[in-house]
Design a protein around this ligand. Structure first.
Ligand code: SF4
Ligand code: SF4
Length: 173
């Protein structure tokens, strides 16, 4: 390769890179997407038969509504076998006579949401909490009590997503 061609190629690549430094990003990447404006929990309304769109991160279990019917467990049985019904005798909820509640193994869960769709008692949701990686395999198992901790609301979004037909969605900062 001639020296002039090499210098020309170098100049073009430096110029191209420099121009992009001053352009709005076309994509929002992690960790900014952590605070993407959609903070809704994925939910299912069994009466209306419709799902409410939202993040499908770790579950939220409302133990005061769970009857222990095991329908979430059955829904998961042929998908990932991620749900186990666990006795929680110290939970005093009259509607759950056997005091059994679902626990989820996130080493197996594929976040399909079918367990949420199967719950007829508005007891199971999926939250925006997606940062659940662990160093220890056993820590991926969430007991019913751990699932019953409501997610901490996201702080103000760090991204200002603008949708336009020409450029697609992009961060407007
Ligand atoms: S979201 Fe996870 S726990 Fe629920 S049915 Fe799907 S694989 Fe099973
Ligand atoms: S979470 Fe819902 S489907 Fe699962 S055991 Fe409780 S009430 Fe039944």
């Amino acid at each position: 390769m001639k020296t002039s061609e090499f210098l020309k190629g170098l100049a073009v690549s430096v110029w191209t890179g420099t121009v992009h430094l001053f352009r709005h990003r076309m994509t929002s990447m992690y960790p900014e997407t952590q605070n993407y404006p959609n903070t809704e929990m994925y939910a299912y309304d069994p009466k209306k038969g419709v799902a409410v769109s939202g993040w499908r991160g770790r579950h939220y279990l409302d133990m005061s509504k769970c009857t222990g019917c095991q329908l979430c467990f059955i829904a998961c049985e042929n998908i990932a076998e991620a749900i186990e019904m666990i006795p929680v005798p110290e939970a005093a909820h009259a509607q759950n006579k056997k005091s059994i509640y679902p626990g989820v193994d996130y080493g197996r869960c594929v976040f399909c949401g079918f367990c949420v769709d199967a719950c007829p008692f508005y007891a199971l949701y999926m939250t925006p909490v997606a940062e659940i990686s662990e160093m220890n395999r056993n820590d991926l198992y969430y007991s019913p009590v751990e699932l019953s901790v409501p997610p901490v609301p996201n702080p103000a979004p760090k991204v200002h997503v603008n949708f336009d037909k020409k450029r697609g969605s992009h961060d407007e900062r």
